[in-house]
Design a protein around this ligand. Structure first.
Ligand code: M6R
Length: 610
């Protein structure tokens, strides 16, 4: 989603800004812009479309100057046009602003500003803030930013410059991350520490409602009443995604990330499985043994793919830990007021750690007095910092917008957590040790599963022209079906639906015809025969069937039109194994449809608006 980078120092700003924006590209955006300053002149360039368009504009009309701010925009208010791209100027043209987040009361503020004679040049909520700051500006930019923000309802990460204060950048955050970076050439302000890799050595994150002031090598954080806040810098290495954010020999990040899964899964488990106690061990749960014993229920809250991992977690907690578990879309949970007893533990599951709804659900849970734990990939992200404790995935940066390796690692972490809680309750040491052995065998099972890629390619070629695809599974494989459908729709724009296989006859079976393939998740397990009956029902209505089945399963092969073999693993680990062919199928179909796999239309990697 939207990205910010600003720089003030002793070198030309525009190459730093463009490079920083490039590193934020994966988050998803539809336009980009920058502004630099020399003397008391501004140089503004902004373009709809890819960053290459902005780079072309800057190369045709250079933007000189040693300070500036820049932005990648993901449209919320107003279409993806040059005009709506950030930065935005106030009425006098003296103040420029870039903004992440949403100004919820922008319509009221706009109405008032219009009544005062302000003319708007864009359809954005951000421009309202530019004019407000301009309205309060009487020579003190920090004071004007503070006064303007006091009127704003919503969320923001902002960077502001003024022609009258060359080299000065003012930043502020509420609900949208901002990090200050300090390097040899000057200071930086960004929405993500990854944008500063190679430029800054040390960083410090702003907390909500804090402001910051940067100028050359100087930086300062201030609280709401503008008193300075002493905040230590930390090594940037601590906040950068582990591993390599390059594609290497892979044509797309998504494919690279699919292939990384044997390794990322091993990383998620490394050092956490303890034979001596036949349990899992986590360094950062921050739970006393008394708290641990008192917990009698868990809530798993998340969005998108992470929500699907949460659904897998529900089955895991119930089966392995015998604990009641509920899964909630974070966007719903944040506004509900369900009766929850004090001893409920709330998990926020998130790859990015910045998803606005998940962050809000976490805060609401904390407010109600619950212990909260994050299951998170991005180290140092807002959710990781605000939860009472948590577990990192250690999956390395996930760049493809479609989440792949984060999902399998989330499921593995949830399985380990269920083992951990199970061992404090009813699971015997022998049962615990069996689970440990099964988890340890998983990376090899995934390596083997990747062998299905050629078969998946053939199947993709056969079905790429379908306009609707159904994904069907039961029990642990129902969330896996939802996830398979999400993967296909988000990167190929083909309509897909995940459903519990047995529910088909209650309505959706009406969709089945010769042109609507069904992907059945049917490896051997407790409900195998039941799923086979469901498959018969689809075949009887002429629907083509692609089955993801146990290697060598003749019974499935005799009924399905196409089979993707996967190695046998215990049922609670099947969602992890079947994820691989489902990810590959979506990837191959999207390629055949000519889609931009890593940056699908309309989507952002990190959804930092509500
Ligand atoms: O970073 P998060 O895990 O909190 O993100 C949640 C969703 O936005 C994310 O999983 C989204 O659904 C993915 N694009 C799915 O592939």
């Amino acid at each position: 989603m939207c990205g910010i980078i600003g720089f003030t120092g002793r070198r030309e700003a525009s190459p730093v800004l463009l490079d920083g924006l490039r590193r934020l590209e994966y988050r998803g955006y539809d336009s980009a812009g920058l502004i630099t300053g020399t003397g008391n002149a501004f140089h503004l360039r902004k373009k709809a479309g890819r960053l290459a368009e902005l780079a072309k504009a800057v190369s045709a009309h250079p933007a000189p100057g040693c300070y500036g701010i820049s932005h990648t925009r993901w449209a919320t208010h107003g279409g993806a046009t040059d005009r709506n791209a950030h930065p935005h100027l106030d009425a006098s043209g003296r103040i420029a602003i870039v903004h992440n987040g949403v100004i919820e009361n922008y319509a009221t503020l706009k109405h008032q500003l219009r009544a005062d004679g302000v003319t708007f040049r864009s359809d954005t909520d951000t421009e309202v803030l530019a004019h407000l700051i301009g309205h309060y500006y009487h020579g003190d930019l920090v004071a004007a930013v503070r006064q303007a923000l006091a009127l704003v309802k919503g969320t923001y990460g902002v960077a502001v410059v003024s022609k009258d204060d060359p080299g000065l950048i003012v930043g502020a955050r509420l609900g949208s991350p901002l990090v200050i970076g300090v390097g040899d050439a000057g200071t930086y302000l960004a929405s993500d520490a990854n944008a500063l890799a190679g430029y800054a050595d040390k960083v410090v994150y702003l907390n909500d409602r804090q402001l910051c002031v940067l100028s050359g090598d100087e930086w300062e954080i201030r609280d709401q009443d503008l008193s300075p806040v002493a905040t230590p810098l930390r090594d940037i290495a601590h906040f950068l995604g582990e591993g390599d954010a390059e594609k290497g020999d892979f044509p797309h990040f998504m494919l690279k990330e699919i292939y990384e899964q044997p390794e990322t899964l091993a990383n998620a488990m490394r050092g956490r499985l303890v034979d001596a106690d036949s349990t899992a061990h986590f360094g950062g749960l921050n739970l006393s043994s008394q708290q641990l014993r008192q917990i009698d229920r868990v809530i798993l809250t998340a969005c998108g793919t992470s929500y699907h991992a949460g659904l897998v977690g529900e089955y895991l907690f119930e089966e392995l830990a015998r604990m009641p578990a509920e899964v909630e879309y974070a966007s719903e949970f944040r506004y509900r007021n369900p009766p929850i007893n004090r001893d409920t533990l709330v998990f926020a599951i998130t790859q990015s750690g910045e998803t606005a709804d998940t962050l809000a659900a976490l805060r609401e849970s904390k407010r109600m007095g619950h212990t909260t734990l994050a299951i998170c990939n991005a180290v140092g992200s807002s959710i990781a910092r605000e939860a009472c404790g948590g577990v990192y995935l250690h999956a390395g940066p996930e760049i493809g917008v479609a989440s792949t390796k984060a999902f399998t690692s989330q499921c593995a972490v949830l399985a380990m957590l269920a083992l951990y809680f199970g061992r404090t309750r009813h699971l015997s040491s022998l049962q615990g040790q069996r689970l440990i052995d099964e988890l340890r065998a998983l990376p090899d099972a995934l390596r083997k599963t990747l062998g299905c890629h050629e078969q998946v390619k053939r199947i993709a070629a056969k079905y790429a022209s379908a306009r609707n695809v159904l994904y069907l599974g039961r029990q642990y494989l129902y969330p896996a079906a939802l996830e398979g459908a999400l993967k296909l729709k988000e990167i190929s724009y083909i309509h897909a639906e995940g459903y519990p296989a047995a529910e088909m006859k209650h309505g959706p079976i009406a969709l089945v015809d010769e042109s609507t393939p069904s992907v059945f998740l049917v490896p051997r397990g407790n409900v195998f025969d039941k799923v086979m009956s469901n498959m018969q029902e689809i075949k009887a209505r002429g629907g083509p069937v692609i089955a993801v089945a146990s290697e060598g399963d003749e019974e499935v092969a005799a009924l399905a039109d196409d089979v993707i073999p996967v190695p046998d693993v215990p049922e609670y680990l099947q969602p992890i194994v079947v994820a691989i062919p489902l990810q590959l199928l979506a990837y191959e179909i999207a390629l055949l449809c000519g889609c931009d796999v890593d940056k699908p239309r309309n989507l952002a990697k990190s959804v930092t608006v509500e």
